[in-house]
Design a protein around this ligand. Structure first.
Ligand code: 3HC
Ligand code: NAI
Length: 693
């Protein structure tokens, strides 16, 4: 029998149910209804002695259908279907394979026995979406695995590999073959008694209250203290009660979280990672990339080369001298060693990948590569010279990319006779770790070159976001704007420690001054010097950072910046920097005033949103959600807020305009209402509406 979403076969006393809802067997309404009907019918059929569940395709199931969240619920509810499975008189066995996650794992937990296939990854990632497992996960998992493990798995969303699942008791046996073959074998094992069955809900457990309390207080002390993991552990505490009492408690907490802003923000972040793949060039066929060249083996070149060879793409890295080339090779090796230390790969794999790296000093070595990524000094003249040379060296059809942070990719492309092959690939530091890749599309960049960049990002497990050409592209352009407001507030009277703390309390991992110290204050200094000749006379300019840099204080790398770093773990304000702040306030004739934390956050976020709106308005970003992805994956934006323009919708266009108009009485040059914001206010639309257009 074949339903739209289920493949049901009966082989003697064995009924096999294959979930068939591509791509990930999400448990949407049709699948829930199908499962409920199938279990009812098969349980009532006396010829069926065992039911085995498995997934067609890549997994048993990746859980509830996220697209249904926020919409009116359609029966049957998943918890009811799972209760029905647990209550079936005919034993049900589940085969867990692929990424069996969330409601998918809860489905398996409600079965009477579980078999796992090698390579499977099992998890309850609901907290990463601002939810808790709402179909019995918090009640059934602690009945099967030790309490500490259940807390850890549920409160982090970690994926458990197959062998660990077996060790923990989350799986009863390791299967083999295809999921359907494993289901058949598991059913047979139930029939012959070698795989025992029991309803998980019937198991009673005693939970250690101290362990639960400690976990809750640890989660409460986290910054930001998100509600989902805390409520999840509180729900686990109910597992001591009979399951019929625990499940309603879990459900109530799940429904509460479903209405929370964190849930909205986290699911927006999940969606953003995938939405950015939809680009006008999607239909173009990517070019083949089997080899690459990287020019420049500094901070970025080393990271980019690491990312490429880790994705299995051999790299020829060019430096200016043999000595620098060797240094770059050591840098790449260090990165690979780091991955071994963190358990991401073994030594054999590292050695294998290392063989993919060649270093050289002559650009001519790049004559045969499919892609070149230039990462030399941020200097237009140096870059155009290199591109001119590449034009004469590289084979026809090779993609020529620049990692420039701010410079005009059209001008770089114009240095070649093949601007259609030139593109910006803007990685973020450290390039082998940070997930964001801005793909900067110049006026003449060919569609298949853009498609290749997105394909390459996928191979490197990065999130590619399409950007148009402007100074700083999406991320750095917006950063350059809102970063100024932190300096304005500093000069106006608030301490940089308070600004950092207020923004960290709001959810950023680090405040802007601490970030400056980490990245190196000399980077921003060089950019400010570069832009000085074109800075409008009406623009307010705060000189504090320049004074700090003039002392040679570049942040962590020099031991001091805004903070002192004698003790690398501590962050003590630098008295020298504080004196500079005082002196600059006096020089600027400012009477210092206090700011509340709330006002600091309001000004900072309003500045960020204003420039982000302009970036969308000008078409530099395709949609608001693309800006959100840039900030989530490249700038440490608090994930539960979903990105600057998702957060903007919470404030609303009208309130944002009111704020800007209010601030603009102090500084009409800086605070201007973006046209797009006015349009949204007038039409009653939101940034979310623009994402749908
Ligand atoms: N619901 C709806 N769609 C889903 C989905 C889900 N749970 N999981 C994945 N998809 C969609 C993706 O949006 C994507 O759609 P698109 O092609 O239109 O963009 C498609 O499936 C393929 O997904 P990916 O591109 O992400 O494929 P990957 O192979 O990279 O990753 C995955 C697969 C690991 C399953 C990943 O998609 C994932 O982590 N999904 C979310 C899993 C999850 O969080 N499940 C818990 C849901 S909440 C829940 O179950 C509540 C319950 O307790 C009541
Ligand atoms: P870096 O100064 O660490 O490295 C540049 C390297 O290029 C040096 O090792 C230098 O020897 C080499 N080089 C210069 N001219 C060369 C030539 N003609 N041939 C071969 N090698 C040459 O600089 P970094 O930080 O790696 O930046 C490189 C580029 O990446 C710049 O365009 C920068 O704007 C951009 N970028 C930097 C980021 C960062 O956080 N550092 C982030 C994203 C982009």
């Amino acid at each position: 029998m074949t339903d739209d979403v289920l493949n049901i076969t009966q082989e003697g006393p064995v009924a096999l149910i294959g979930l068939n809802n591509p791509p990930v067997n999400a448990l949407g309404a049709a699948l829930r209804q199908g499962l409920s009907d199938a279990i009812r019918d098969l349980d009532a059929d006396p010829s069926v002695k065992v039911i085995a569940l498995y997934g067609e395709g890549r997994a048993l199931s990746a859980g509830a259908d996220i697209r249904e969240f926020g919409k009116p619920p359609v029966p049957p509810r998943l918890p009811d279907v799972l209760d029905q499975i647990e209550g079936s008189d005919t034993p049900v066995v589940a085969v867990m394979h692929g990424t069996t996650l969330g409601g998918g794992l809860e489905l398996a937990l409600a079965a009477h026995a579980r078999v796992v296939l090698p390579g499977a990854r099992l998890g309850l990632p609901e907290v990463t979406l601002g939810l808790l497992p709402g179909a019995g996960g918090t009640q059934r998992l602690p009945r099967l695995v030790p309490l500490e493990k259940a807390i850890e798995i549920i409160s982090t969303g970690r994926q458990v590999p197959a062998d660990e699942a077996l060790e923990l008791g989350l799986a009863d046996d390791m299967g083999q073959g295809t999921p359907q073959e494993a289901a058949r074998a598991a059913a047979q094992a139930v029939l012959d008694g070698s795989l025992p069955t029991r309803p998980t809900g019937g198991i009673s457990v005693t939970l250690d209250r101290d362990v639960l309390d400690q976990a809750i207080s640890r989660l409460q002390n986290r910054r930001p203290a998100l509600q989902a993991p805390i409520k999840a552990v509180e729900a686990i505490a109910l597992a001591e009660k009979p399951i019929s009492e625990g499940l309603p408690g879990e459900r109530a907490a799940f429904m509460d979280l479903m209405d929370s802003p964190d849930r909205q923000g986290l699911i927006h972040a999940f969606t953003a990672e995938r939405a950015v793949r939809h680009i006008p060039e999607s239909d173009a066929t990517p070019r083949r990339i089997d080899s690459a060249g990287v020019i420049g083996g500094g901070t970025m070149g080393v990271g980019i080369a690491t990312a490429l060879i880790t994705a299995g793409i051999p790299v020829t890295l060019i430096e200016m001298s043999a000595e620098q080339a060797d240094k770059a090779r050591v840098g790449v090796m260090k990165n690979l060693d780091g991955a071994v230390k963190r358990g991401k790969m073994d030594a054999a794999k590292r050695d294998d990948l290392a063989r993919g790296l060649t270093v050289a000093t002559d650009l001519a070595s790049l004559s045969d590569v499919d892609l070149v990524i230039e990462a030399v000094f941020e200097d237009l003249e140096v870059k155009t010279q290199i591109f001119g040379k590449l034009d004469g060296i590289c084979k026809s059809g090779a993609i020529l990319a620049t990692n420039t942070s701010y410079l005009d990719v059209n001008r770089i492309a114009a240095a070649t006779s093949r601007p259609q092959d030139v593109i910006g690939l803007h990685f973020f530091s450290p390039a082998h770790v940070m997930r964001l890749l801005e793909v900067v599309v110049a006026d003449q960049t060919a569609a298949d070159v853009v498609a290749t960049a997105f394909d390459l990002a996928g191979r490197m497990k990065k999130v590619a976001v399409r950007s148009g050409v402007c100074d700083g592209f999406i991320g750095n352009r917006i950063l350059a704007h809102y970063r100024k407001v932190a300096d304005y507030m500093l000069e106006d009277g608030v301490s940089y420690q308070q600004i950092d703390r207020a923004l960290e309390d709001f959810g950023f991992a680090m405040g802007p001054f601490a970030v400056g110290d980490l990245a190196g204050l000399d980077i921003g200094w060089a950019t400010r010097k570069r832009k000085a000749p074109t800075r409008p006379a009406t623009e307010r300019y705060v000189e504090i950072a320049d004074r700090i840099c003039e002392r040679g204080w570049f942040g962590r790398k020099t031991g001091q910046g805004y903070y002192l770093y004698d003790d690398p773990k501590a962050r003590t304000p630098n008295p020298g920097a504080q004196q500079i702040v005082e002196a600059e306030r006096q020089r600027a004739g400012v009477t210092p005033r206090d700011f509340s934390d709330e006002e600091i956050v309001a000004r900072y976020m309003t500045a960020m949103i204003s420039e982000a709106a302009r970036v969308v308005e000008e078409g530099i970003a395709l949609r608001p959600i693309d800006v959100d992805a840039v900030f989530l994956f490249g700038y440490g934006f608090p994930r539960h807020l979903g990105g600057p323009l998702n957060y903007a919708d919470r404030i609303g266009a009208r309130d944002l305009i009111r704020r800007i108009e209010n601030y603009s009485t102090e500084d009409p040059h800086y605070w201007q209402v973006p046209t797009l914001l006015r349009e949204l206010a007038e039409s009653g639309r939101s940034f979310a509406d623009l994402n749908k257009e």
